[in-house]
Design a protein around this ligand. Structure first.
Ligand SMILES: [Zn+2]
Length: 375
């Protein structure tokens, strides 16, 4: 497959990209003129960027609406509050089988151009090739919500895996103290990827492998986010959405909220979704370079930061088309449309791999009130 005439996001460099065997085979300035019988897609005024890497989500929690109603001092206070105030909603949604909730979580990400997501929770069996669900790490919930967290952290059988933990999610003493407790309890200097770190200071940051920044979730719960402008000097910053329990389904709104803080420059923010997580998680993606996995997104938005699901023209995952806009139909003559579902998102018609309509129907059989951002 060849993607002709696309501009690299951020640099604006005009390139054409040849994809072969799931990898980026060639990146050339200008067009490929020696067109063979390969699938050739030509674009007009479109940008290309690596498929986004969402470093923190709970794939099974994305049928929840945002639940809060007020600001909290820390995540334990929030957790207790919502289980009382929103008990009926929570019980209803948890009746939906986990496998269906997970599948929706994958689509939530894919519709936005996320091709790799790090799921927090127990290992899941992924039965499709739409995206990469990264699971080569150990999820430990948090100091206060996982009873045997010290044992899990110091388990010698897991010592080579990064531990991923919610940490410092709050604005009070509980949140900052739990970071110190976690550092002190890491007996074998296990690499820990912290999630949130709202209460984290620069000295504490030095003890972690990386920090996943989830600004939308932080502002929603705490009306404050991590001091990323300082912490970024001490560890890699990765971007995460968390689930819809604490924010919008659309990662692009999270990215714009992050940009408004000014804590990262545009390049740094872009890298928190691409090369930083690729490096920390050990992925062969995140760059538009030869021999990288062909995880690519083409968008007709004016710039990377104005992208939205309706602007996305094409999502490739390891060279396979996971999503395409209907305007590409004439150029995708060889594609087997029976493998795709037609949807409308934000007024724009797309084709998404798999039977998303059947998934929505099944989910609604368990909980008719759930709403989806597509028709
Ligand atoms: Zn989380």
């Amino acid at each position: 497959m060849i993607l002709n005439n696309v501009r690299k996001a951020l640099t604006g460099q005009q390139v054409s990209i040849r994809v072969n065997n799931g990898k980026i085979a060639q990146v050339l300035p200008g067009n490929f003129y020696d067109q063979t019988d390969e699938l050739n897609l030509s674009f007009d005024d479109a940008i290309v960027f690596p498929g986004l890497i969402n470093s923190h989500d709970h794939l099974d929690f994305n049928l929840f609406p945002p639940l809060a109603g007020r600001t909290f001092k820390n995540y334990t206070e929030w957790g207790v509050y919502i289980h009382v105030k929103y008990k009926d909603t929570i019980d209803s949604i948890l009746q939906i089988p986990e496998v269906l909730r997970m599948q929706w979580g994958i689509y939530k990400n894919l519709l936005c151009g996320v091709t790799t997501m790090v799921n927090h929770g127990k290992k899941i069996k992924v039965t499709n090739d739409l995206v990469t669900v990264f699971q080569e790490c150990q999820s430990i919930h948090s100091v206060h919500f996982e009873k045997r967290w010290r044992f899990a952290l110091n388990n010698p059988l897991k010592k080579n895996l990064p531990a991923v933990m919610h940490c410092g999610e709050g604005t009070d003493g509980l949140a900052s103290n739990e970071i110190d407790r976690l550092i002190r309890s890491n007996l074998f200097s296990r690499p820990i990827v912290a999630v949130h770190g709202v209460a984290m200071n620069e000295e504490q940051a030095k003890q972690f492998k990386a920090l996943v920044w989830c600004p939308e979730s932080n502002y929603f719960l705490l009306d404050k986010t991590a001091p990323i402008n300082h912490l970024k000097n001490h560890l890699p910053i990765l971007f995460g959405t968390d689930s819809t329990l604490t924010g919008d389904w659309n990662i692009w709104n999270h990215i714009r909220k992050a940009r408004q803080t000014g804590f990262l420059c545009d390049r740094e923010l872009f890298e928190s979704l691409t090369i930083n997580p690729a490096d920390v998680w050990g992925l062969n993606t995140g760059k538009i370079e030869e021999d990288q996995d062909a995880d690519l997104v083409v968008s007709k938005a004016g710039s990377f930061f104005t992208t939205d699901p309706q602007n996305i023209l094409l999502v490739l995952h390891k060279g396979y088309v996971s999503l395409f806009d209907e305007t590409l139909f004439p150029q995708l003559k060889t594609i087997n449309t029976s493998e795709y579902s037609a949807i409308n998102i934000g007024g724009s018609n797309k084709y998404v791999k798999g039977n998303i309509q059947e998934l929505i129907t099944k989910i609604k059989q368990f909980y008719p009130n759930v709403s989806f951002p597509l028709v």
